[in-house]
Design a protein around this ligand. Structure first.
Ligand code: F3S
Length: 237
């Protein structure tokens, strides 16, 4: 057990005059505790007003994405002692409006997701057996794409998003490519439509922050480069 200082961003929309400030909480961190366990300990035993999102505690729902010691991560997947620092600074994801303390408004993330039509588009009738089959090789092409949990860690780490709040962002690009790469999908043009825009693919400057930030070890930058090739193919026929 080791005593840590948790410096946590506080913000209460009902106290605009105070604005954002950091509040420090001491905590005896036990082996195996995640950042989420620590936040729960603080909330349950020190300060019930501390506000953060959490749900599955298993790295599946993406609710607890936040910035810890300057790095975007899932609080439920990160053990506090692995950070090797006795001071742990916890902030909301950058680039999104803060609703309260560590809770951000992810509406922009959802809006840009809708823009890429994140669903299977088909135009031909279903085969008589009622299923659209894929070979194992075709199925393998969406590995590394379908696993995105939409936590927002990638887009929040991207300087292009900081500069342009309408930028679709790596989460949207990865999702678009998940369907473009799917052999059953017949709507490449529809998925690409929103990407050929000043808020789309061409605003990506290959900064790679999104790759580092992804808690699922996915590679949005690779998806972006594949989408750029698809877009050029579409344009020159
Ligand atoms: Fe941003 Fe990733 Fe491109 S960090 S600029 S989307 S490579």
């Amino acid at each position: 057990m080791a005593t840590h200082a948790f410096k946590i961003n506080r913000y209460n929309p009902d106290d605009e005059r105070r604005g954002h400030y950091m509040q420090e909480y001491p905590l005896d961190v036990q082996k195996g505790w995640t950042i989420l366990d620590c936040l729960n300990e603080i909330k349950w035993k020190q300060d019930g007003s501390l506000t953060f999102r959490r749900s599955c505690r298993s790295g599946i729902c993406g609710s607890c994405a936040m910035t810890v010691n300057g790095v975007n991560m899932l609080a439920c997947e990160t053990q506090a002692l692995t950070l090797k620092s006795s001071t742990i600074v916890v902030e909301p994801l950058r680039g999104y409006p803060v609703i309260k303390d560590l809770v951000v408004d992810l509406e922009p993330l959802v809006e840009s997701l809708y823009a890429v039509k994140p669903y299977l588009i088909t135009k031909t009738p279903l085969p008589t057996d009622q299923e659209r089959f894929q070979s194992p090789e075709e199925r393998a092409k969406i590995d590394g794409l379908y696993e995105c949990i939409l936590c927002g860690a990638c887009t929040s780490s991207c300087p292009s998003f900081w500069a342009d709040k309408k930028y679709i962002g790596p989460h949207g690009f990865l999702k678009a490519y998940r369907f473009v790469a799917d052999s059953r999908d017949e709507g490449t043009r529809e998925h690409l439509e929103a990407l050929d825009d000043k808020h789309g693919l061409w605003r990506c400057h290959t900064i790679f922050n999104c790759v580092e930030a992804c808690p699922k070890d996915l590679n949005p930058t690779k998806a972006i480069s594949e989408l750029k090739k698809e877009l050029v193919r579409e344009k020159i026929g």
